[in-house]
Design a protein around this ligand. Structure first.
Ligand SMILES: [Zn+2]
Length: 130
């Protein structure tokens, strides 16, 4: 197993209903020539957690930080649901325990790339309620 030191949160950057599924986002990433979806987890608007890449494998979601991180993507651009945040909290608690990751090692994509607004929700607010 690779060493995982942090968790990075993303959004899919689309509120279009037909994009609210992991197959669509996987196809976007395959179209870029990637071998699979770049994220390890994808959370649909109804709060269901879908498996992307195996956490044992590197993701492709945050330049310079893929080797030691897990990438979680919430479906959405501006509109996220309470079900998604509930599932996100449960997933974070589970991953923090499994990989011994502290709260201080959970970041939004925009923490590493200031040009991005991703994940478009307040990461600190999520961390505060864990
Ligand atoms: Zn992102």
């Amino acid at each position: 197993m690779r060493k995982i030191h942090k968790i990075i949160l993303h959004c899919s950057d689309s509120d279009i209903h037909d994009h609210d599924n992991i197959q669509t986002v996987r196809q976007w990433h395959l179209n870029r020539g990637w071998k699979d979806i770049g994220y390890h987890y994808f959370i649909t608007k109804d709060g269901r957690v879908r498996w992307g890449r195996n956490p044992a494998s590197f993701g492709a979601h945050c330049a310079g930080h893929n080797r030691d991180s897990i990438g979680i993507c919430l479906s959405g651009r501006r509109k996220f649901t309470p079900d998604q945040f509930c599932s996100l909290r449960m997933l974070l608690i589970q991953l923090m325990k499994e990989f011994d990751i502290p709260k201080t090692a959970i970041f939004g994509h925009n923490h590493f790339n200031k040009k991005k607004s991703c994940p478009n929700f307040d990461v600190q607010e999520i961390i505060n309620t864990l």
